[in-house]
Design a protein around this ligand. Structure first.
Ligand code: HAM
Length: 407
């Protein structure tokens, strides 16, 4: 049996890098006051339909959806944000006057995409969400944290760009989307079949994101988002950029950046690896999401966050910063009759916190030379030898493998 297309098995060397990246994510997030949250991998289909958006690519084409035995439509989560907000609404205590909540999470996400470099059907995200603050400086803080995370992974700053844009508020987005619809209607015969679908389904914004060559040409003349932002939205965006300047964070304004999820308002951003034009992190503000999925209060729940694709990070992380495997103590046994003493020492070493390798239990088949050969693959710092001569005086020989001495 083969694994499902777009899913991968990760062996210890890769898992070690995974854990390391997650550890960096956790330690950076905790410096900014974030705490861990975890939500289910399965969620009601309706959650993503109402947040990520009925006409988004994710909901239209990429969700793993099925009916459970009771007939409820369930899906494997394609992202983490909607689940976190659902959890907070269900928990019930959050109102607009609640203190700001800061959460981080990690885990598998699922999208039925065409597998290619850095694009999988099951992938891991590390994400962070800041809930309950609408101030432009909260956008700055969370972008600073995203940047800090990527820097800590040792990816050199000349290899990635932080791209940023503002979608404006609900009204600006609606006005802009109407202008785009009118523009694309005039070019409908030149659009790719996918983009025609997007247009017909009322999602003209998604055409700006199209990778089709013909669409890219057409998009060069498309109306520009910034011309549809209200003055207050422009002012808000300016304030975010000033905040980034103040922290010395380099960014590029990308007026073509719209992101693929419908819940975004105002600031959106991505961190892109330049050589492959691949996003290793994406995020933005999503003030209206909570209301769409059952937040009962009349006011909005201002929120912003980001998520990074760990599988993509694995491709670009600086290998030098990944901690090396630790070096064990090896145990070599010269005769079957010492095996109880050897196992007892081995167990005591482990219980005292020492990583210890006993390379074989089949002492009849593997002599000391074979055992030493096996152990050398683990690069031990020390090897304890239960040899005939030493055991006569109730002692063992300890080899220091780095200094090539023995006692
Ligand atoms: P997203 O841009 O859809 O945003 O995904 C975030 C990151 O997940 C991407 O930048 C990429 O690194 C990784 N990713 C996405 N799809 C795949 C895939 N098929 N294979 C491998 N990696 C992938 C979100 O998911 C939002 N929830 C981010 C957010 C949090 N916005 C606000 N808060």
């Amino acid at each position: 049996l083969k694994s499902i297309k777009g899913t991968y098995d990760y062996f210890p060397n890769e898992k070690r890098v995974y854990s390391f990246v997650n550890q960096i994510g956790k330690s950076v997030s905790e410096l900014y006051g974030y705490e861990e949250i975890s939500t289910p991998i399965i969620e009601p289909f309706e959650l993503f339909n109402r947040s990520v958006g009925e006409y988004s690519d994710i909901v239209m084409k990429e969700m793993f959806t099925f009916k459970d035995l009771s007939g409820q439509a369930i899906c494997l989560r394609p992202e983490g944000t909607a689940g976190v907000i659902r959890a907070i609404i269900n928990e019930g205590s959050t109102t607009s006057t609640s203190p700001t909540q800061k959460y981080y999470y990690s885990g598998p996400m699922f999208r039925y995409e065409r597998p290619q470099k850095g694009r999988q059907r099951q992938f891991e995200q590390f994400g962070a969400e800041l809930i309950g603050d609408s101030h432009p400086r909260s956008d700055v803080e969370i972008i600073d944290m995203a940047y800090h995370f990527i820097e800590k992974l040792g990816i050199p700053s000349d290899q990635f760009h932080l791209k940023i844009n503002s979608l404006g508020d609900k009204n600006s987005i609606k006005t802009y989307s109407d202008a785009l619809t009118e523009f694309y209607q005039g070019k409908i015969d030149k659009l790719s079949p996918d983009s025609i679908k997007r247009l017909q389904r009322g999602n003209a914004l998604r055409i700006l994101d199209s990778k089709d060559k013909g669409d890219i040409e057409i998009n060069k003349d498309a109306p520009l988002l910034q011309n549809y932002l209200s003055d207050s939205c422009k002012q808000r965006f300016k304030s975010v950029l000033e905040g980034l300047d103040n922290l010395g964070i380099k960014y590029q304004i990308d007026n073509g950046l719209v992101r693929g999820l419908d819940y975004y308002r105002h600031t959106i951003f991505e961190i892109i690896i330049l050589k492959d034009n691949l996003a290793i992190l994406g995020g933005g503000r999503y003030d209206g999401l909570a209301n769409n999925i059952g937040y009962k209060h009349n006011e909005i729940l201002p929120s912003i966050g980001w998520a990074s694709g760990i599988d993509r990070i694995l491709i670009y992380i600086n290998q030098d910063i990944i901690p090396k495997k630790s070096n064990p103590i090896g145990i070599v046994i010269g005769n079957q009759i010492f095996s109880d003493s050897a196992m007892s020492l081995c167990s005591r070493l482990r219980k005292n916190g020492f990583y210890t390798v006993l390379p074989t239990f089949k002492l009849d088949e593997e002599n000391m030379t074979k055992q030493l050969k096996k152990i050398s693959k683990f690069n031990p710092n020390f090897v304890v030898i239960f040899g005939e001569d030493e055991m006569k005086s109730n002692s063992v020989c300890i080899k220091n493998m780095n200094e090539r001495t023995q006692e």
